[in-house]
Design a protein around this ligand. Structure first.
Ligand code: GLN
Length: 235
């Protein structure tokens, strides 16, 4: 049952622009899968919270300094991050994918990005992924453009300033199937399969009650309902 947490108000970092997990809708409210899931978790915990949307780049430092108590931001669980912050149980399975202009016919996989300009989002798990693959000789791009907001990389792709965008599948699929339909397409396999987890400062007492709440939401079917609302199908 909902575990009460002895804390006034939990400060919850989220991403300003990571559709469909956390983004601003036309009314100016932050909505998305992460927002709904956290709301359900907080209800289970009987906890008060305050959302703090910020650039993804600032979220891990924010947890490390204790500026925020929790981060729900489509955050990939990686070994490097697990050393400096704590993660909840995984709650979503994702990976990285390549997006090109709809008329592109010479990029179909990671290796094809050699000699090309590639764009992605600053401070995200795509950066070390590219670095490792460049060091391993898999690809040799001429330039990597890094944006605080991935939607700027989408615009750069359409304007011809980059040959490809590589980033998490969900926001790219959302764009390629929505606003960017006819202008862009996804190509190739899913790279670096990984899970999203909720982040905490190392040693946080919130992790256990949040994990209990995640399990409760999964067992009760509430998780599936929220999932269906944002992704259109059962997990
Ligand atoms: N999943 C990616 C990461 O954790 C991107 C997250 C985001 O941009 N909100 O690095």
């Amino acid at each position: 049952a909902g575990t009460a947490v002895a804390q006034d108000k939990i400060t919850v970092a989220t991403d300003t622009n990571f559709k469909p997990f956390s983004f601003k809708n036309d009314e100016g409210n932050y909505v998305g899968f992460d927002i709904d899931m956290w709301q359900a978790i907080a209800e289970k915990m009987d906890a008060d919270y305050e959302l703090r949307p910020m650039d993804f780049n600032g979220i891990i430092p924010g947890l490390q300094t204790g500026n925020v108590d929790v981060a729900v931001a489509g955050m990939s669980v990686t070994a490097k991050r697990e050393k400096v912050i704590d993660f909840s149980y995984p709650y979503y399975k994702a990976g990285l994918v390549i997006m090109v202009r709809a008329d592109n016919s010479d990029i179909g996989k990671l290796e094809d990005l050699s000699g090309k300009v590639v764009a992605t989002k600053q401070g995200t798990s795509t950066i070390p992924f590219l670095k490792e693959n460049i060091e391993a000789g898999v690809l040799d791009p001429t330039e990597i453009k890094k944006y605080p907001n991935i939607t700027d990389a989408f615009l750069e792709l359409r304007a011809g300033g980059t040959d490809a965008v590589i980033f998490d599948l969900p926001p790219l699929a959302d764009y390629a199937n929505g606003v960017g339909k006819d202008a862009v397409k996804l190509v190739g396999p899913l790279y670096m399969g990984h899970h999203y987890g909720i982040g905490f400062p190392a040693g946080s007492e919130l992790r256990d009650p949040v994990n209990v709440a995640i399990l409760e939401l999964k067992e009760s079917g509430e998780y599936d309902k929220i999932y269906k609302k944002w992704f259109g199908s059962e997990p």
